[in-house]
Design a protein around this ligand. Structure first.
Ligand code: TYM
Length: 337
């Protein structure tokens, strides 16, 4: 009966390792806000994950609070969603350790993100970077979620979490609920505006072609005007990710922010060339981000409010997390206190 009455649970997180980008927004956050009535939702700032790459402490603190303000500005009402900071809920580190012992060296070695990040940080290939997916599995499984809404690049980590669930439940019975990744149909992989072969990333600087939620309209327009398209002499706006990846990326962004289909976009810019198309995408993005930026800036000024949100969030999250952790400790043979 309790199971029937229980709302389905949704959970996700973002590392405060850089300013939130249009990619994080279109691939993740924007899909979260609409679910608050239907689901029991947990969203957090993954500060423990952020330190797998060296961070300036003052900048990390600032970004963590900014991210919380941006979550709220994107429509995550703290009354209806549990918003918290990962390091405030100690159960993440504890279950993370346990799950390390149920994650295999081979499967961790195959993670694309580990390979990419090790290539980019050759002087700091630390243990945390390697065991990152076990901590992410703990983040997820503590809350027994039904769905984990993420962009395409995190799918592999959710799949690994599913393998851990299978392994763990295979030994100890039904301890963890099997989570499903929830990947949006449009916008799951937004690419850099200047290099459509690599994803738009928050930890790189502006010259890598990213747009952040806090960029002012002039900068956003500049970024879109200099976006890479292709050398097609006809300068035709057509959706072809293989042949025209830069144009396809811009079309994806435009489709995601306007709700138009690729056919509608092709028809809209038929015969007009990239000169009209690129600023039109920029303007559509500016209009979507403007209210978010204004609201985030307003909220950020109210530190006492932000503090009350993350304190309440941590309290609620700890309550749910502790239930799962107790169950796990008992199953694996730890003596309860
Ligand atoms: P992170 O911080 O890299 O990214 C946060 C979310 O944004 C999505 N995303 C994108 N989607 C589309 N296009 C892009 N260019 C783009 N860039 C980012 C990501 O897929 C992600 O959904 N390990 C996670 C954070 C995490 C987490 C978790 C997520 C820690 N624990 C538990 C879910 C559940 C990460 O590094 O995401």
């Amino acid at each position: 009966m309790e199971e029937m009455l229980r709302k389905k649970v949704m959970l996700s997180g973002i590392k405060p390792s850089g300013d939130l980008t249009l990619g994080s927004y279109l691939g993740a956050v924007r899909h979260w806000a609409a679910r608050a009535e239907e689901f029991d939702c947990y969203y957090f700032m993954a500060d423990m994950h952020a330190i797998t790459v060296r961070q300036d402490p003052a900048v990390l603190r600032r970004r963590t609070l900014e991210q919380l303000a941006q979550y709220i500005a994107c429509g995550l009402n703290p009354e209806k969603n549990t918003l918290f900071i990962q390091s405030h809920v100690h159960q993440h580190a504890e279950l993370g350790w346990v799950l390390n012992c149920y994650s295999m060296f081979g499967e961790l070695s195959r993670m694309t993100q580990f390979k990419d990040k090790s290539a980019k940080n050759v002087d700091n290939i630390n243990g945390g970077l390697f065991t990152y997916p076990s901590l992410m599995a703990a983040d997820i499984l503590l809350y027994q979620p039904d769905y984990v809404p993420v962009g395409e690049d995190q799918k592999q980590h959710v799949e690994l979490t599913r393998n851990i669930v299978q392994r763990f439940n295979g030994i100890y019975g039904d301890v963890f609920k099997m989570p499903e990744p929830y990947i949006p149909k449009v916008g799951a992989r937004i690419m850099s505006l200047t290099n459509p072969a690599s994803k738009m990333s928050k930890s790189e600087d502006q010259d890598t072609g990213r747009v952040t939620l806090m960029d002012d309209p002039t900068l956003i327009m500049k970024q879109f005007k200099r976006a890479i398209t292709d050398s097609d002499t006809q300068r035709c706006v057509r959706y072809d990710p293989e042949e025209k990846p830069g144009v396809a990326n811009l079309m994806t962004i435009y489709a995601a922010v306007t709700g138009k289909s690729y056919q509608e976009i092709e028809a809209e810019f038929d015969g007009q060339g990239y000169g009209m198309f690129k600023p039109a995408v920029g303007e559509a993005v500016v209009e979507v981000l403007r209210p978010i930026r204004d609201e985030a800036q307003r909220i950020l000024k109210d530190k006492a409010y932000l503090e009350s949100v993350y304190r309440n969030g941590a309290e609620k999250a700890s309550y749910a997390a502790e239930r799962t952790l107790r169950k796990v400790y008992k199953k694996i043979g730890f003596i309860s206190q």
